[in-house]
Design a protein around this ligand. Structure first.
Ligand code: ADP
Ligand code: ZN
Ligand code: ZN
Length: 657
């Protein structure tokens, strides 16, 4: 079954089947490591350990912690699970083993553990949640796709937890796909608390051994649940009975290099193959998904209200045309931030640009900090005193004098989170501020530490990029200020407005999640923009409907299907020449239903020292596109020049970059 699935996926994306297959497998298994050495066992208490008197451990708090955790879990926990819950407990495990309180046990299959799918600290579902659980629950054992369209904070995770519990009662395995940024220690802890049994976690940060072990245990039907980022969609699960995709709109489900698959779309196909329900959850569903729902292919389950007592936040625009800004904030926003801080609340400021300033220029001669390898500017990072290219990674020390004219009047233009951090420190002196972006969270565990401290109220101002947008729950947060999203209104990519709206709603969703009412202010230079107004006044649903109408009029996906052929080389001519030949090769199969656009230079023509060009194939629908690709792709492989360029095909491209 797994093999059939992988072959289908390789075929759909027209990717070499061997590469797709090997990519779906953990490195160690690919290299032929022995399975027996990888399979891991559980730690559990012996009968002696169960009846022991914990008072003996009064002076050994780690051992006591391990004992308490194992006391609640008769089947036991893996070593990783114990470390997650008790900290570094290697020595404690050895000591408990020496006491004869502890033993190794093999992992047990799903049935044995199922009864414990605990209701511990389960919330009483509200009627919308209950209806969603009932509808999906009634479809166990057959294929059906559900769109769980629930506003931020509506309790989607609670619905997933109930469904996982129901699946486990039927001894079925569950595949739970989450975006990269959604796989947080908080989520893992919540699942551990509620399930009370071992489950598998798959993400890019695992060691090869951990990954292989989880994969094998899933394949053996031993793990009841696998939670993972996009590549987890390929894990073999012999008893698969339910697939959940959280934040289904998230771009991280699309692999952007090598085997360019979309895990959400593959999850739907896998549910069809397996005959099990698939739940796609989001507060801001992708336009494709909404279109599928409108066509009757997916059933919609709505959670229109926030769970518990929380109210939806109020959204407003601030026109910043010709307004003076301080630390990126207009006067209105500065005042409102001050009000919330005085009231002891928390404020989140969002800017999707890291670093200090996006460009450095010489005030005398006009030199700018351009990347030598890309059509892009170098970003100044003040902390490290370096100029960095965010596209190819090139970096160099920040100059103190102009490389062209030698004078010293260099100026950093524009704003990144690093600069805002400094300026906000001056504007709100003494107010504890946490900056959360890729730079400030590079160290392992740092994001978890910052978020936990922010939740507990240690920081009053949270400043960050997209990293702050998803999943986090800050009870004291009452005001969200979005400093700049305007580039999303006019991006080169026709999906730019959709992404802008998703970020806006997700960030806005951080405000007022507990008993305090939230407010969201969006600074813009385009307060009259129709899509923006629809979004602010009528919400994401109305925005999506309007955006879908525009797509339909323009004949763009989801009302058409696309594939993007990319080519790049050190010289500018070979990619264009290769793509021109690809156009010629397509001629016999072109039809009124199929159009080729290009070749054109990529929006960023030069990147990492290579010239890049594109050719877009667009068909009326997926079947027409697939038929065309079946003929065309073998021809591309045979083209003269195919070896002189790097080329790749992206079926259903998410970014036309
Ligand atoms: P979402 O995943 O939709 O953003 P969560 O499942 O994280 O929402 O729930 C948001 C908050 O609401 C959480 O603090 C959760 O504990 C709480 N919550 C969820 N369901 C209920 C419920 N039925 N009653 C009370 N509180 C709830
Ligand atoms: Zn100069
Ligand atoms: Zn570069």
């Amino acid at each position: 079954e797994a093999l059939a699935f992988w072959r289908w996926a390789a075929g759909y994306y027209h990717h070499p089947v061997g590469d797709a297959l090997l990519g779906a497998m953990p490195v160690l298994l690919r290299r032929g490591a022995a399975e027996s050495g990888l399979l891991q066992r559980l730690w559990r208490l012996t009968p002696q350990g169960c009846s022991a008197d914990p008072a003996v451990l009064a002076r050994a708090p780690r051992q006591a912690a391990v004992w308490r955790v194992l006391r609640e879990a008769p089947e036991g926990w893996t070593r990783e699970d114990l470390i997650e819950q008790c900290g570094d407990c290697a020595a404690a495990l050895r000591a408990l083993l020496a006491r004869g309180w502890l033993e190794r046990a093999p992992l047990v299959a799903v049935e044995a553990g199922a009864a414990r799918a605990a209701a511990a600290d389960a919330l009483a579902l509200n009627p919308d949640q209950q209806a969603a659980v009932d509808e999906v629950g009634a479809s166990f054992g057959r294929f059906e796709v559900f769109l769980l369209d629930g506003v931020t904070g509506s309790g989607k995770t609670e619905v997933y937890l109930r469904l996982i519990g129901q699946a486990l009662e039927r001894a079925a395995q569950v595949l739970f796909l989450v975006p990269e940024i959604g796989l947080t220690p908080q989520l893992i802890r919540r699942l551990q608390r509620r399930l009370g049994m071992p489950f598998g976690v798959l993400h890019s940060g695992l060691s090869d051994g951990e990954r292989a072990r989880t994969w094998l245990q899933a394949r053996d039907g031993v793990l009841p649940l696998v939670v993972g980022t996009r590549s987890a969609v390929f894990v073999p699960l012999p008893r698969l009975g339910l697939i959940l995709v959280d934040e289904e709109h998230d771009l991280s489900f699309k692999q952007q290099e090598g085997f360019r698959y979309h895990a959400r779309d593959l999850a739907v196909w896998r549910g069809r193959q397996r005959g099990c329900p698939v739940v796609l959850g989001s507060a801001t569903p992708a336009l494709e998904t909404l279109h599928n729902a409108a066509m009757g292919r997916y059933r919609v389950l709505r959670l229109p209200h926030r769970a518990g007592a929380a109210q939806p936040p109020q959204l407003d625009l601030i026109d910043i045309r010709s307004q003076p800004l301080r630390a990126g904030l207009s006067a209105v926003l500065q005042r409102l931030v001050q009000v919330e801080l005085t009231a002891g609340n928390q404020v989140l400021l969002f800017l999707n640009r890291r670093g200090f300033a996006p460009v450095v220029t010489c005030h005398d001669c006009g030199w700018i900090s351009a990347c030598p390898h890309c059509d892009a500017r170098l970003t100044l990072h003040q902390g490290s005193q370096r100029l960095w290219c965010h596209h190819c990674g090139h970096q160099r020390p920040a100059p103190v004098q102009c490389p062209d004219c030698g004078r010293r009047d260099l100026r950093a233009l524009g704003q990144g989170t690093e600069r805002l951090e400094t300026e906000l420190g001056a504007l709100y002196p003494g107010v504890p501020l946490a900056r959360i972006d890729r730079d400030s969270t590079r160290r392992k565990g740092e994001l978890d530490r910052l978020v936990t401290a922010a939740r507990s109220g240690e920081y009053r101002i949270l400043l960050g990029t997209q990293m702050l947008a998803k999943g986090h729950h800050f009870p004291d947060l009452t005001l969200v200020g979005i400093l700049d999203l305007d580039q999303g209104l006019f991006g080169a990519d026709y999906r730019a407005p959709e992404r802008m709206a998703q970020i806006l709603i997700q960030v806005a969703g951080r405000a007022g999640r507990a008993d305090k009412v939230g407010r969201v202010l969006l600074q813009t230079r385009h307060p009259e923009h129709p899509l923006l107004l629809t979004l602010i006044r009528q919400g994401y649903g109305a925005f999506a409907a309007a955006a879908l109408r525009e797509r339909q009029q323009a004949g763009l996906p989801p009302f058409a299907a696309q594939a993007l052929l990319r080519a790049e080389a050190v010289q500018p001519e070979p990619p264009a020449e290769f793509l021109r030949r690809a156009v010629e090769a397509a001629a016999p199969w072109c039809s009124p239903d199929l159009a080729l656009w290009g070749p054109v230079p990529a929006p960023m023509e030069r990147r990492a020292g290579r010239y890049r060009a594109h050719l877009l194939a667009q068909a009326a629908g997926r079947p027409a596109l697939q038929t065309f690709l079946e003929h065309w792709v073998p021809e591309i492989h045979r083209l003269p020049g195919a070896r002189g360029v790097r080329w790749s095909l992206d079926v259903d491209p998410q970014e036309l970059l």
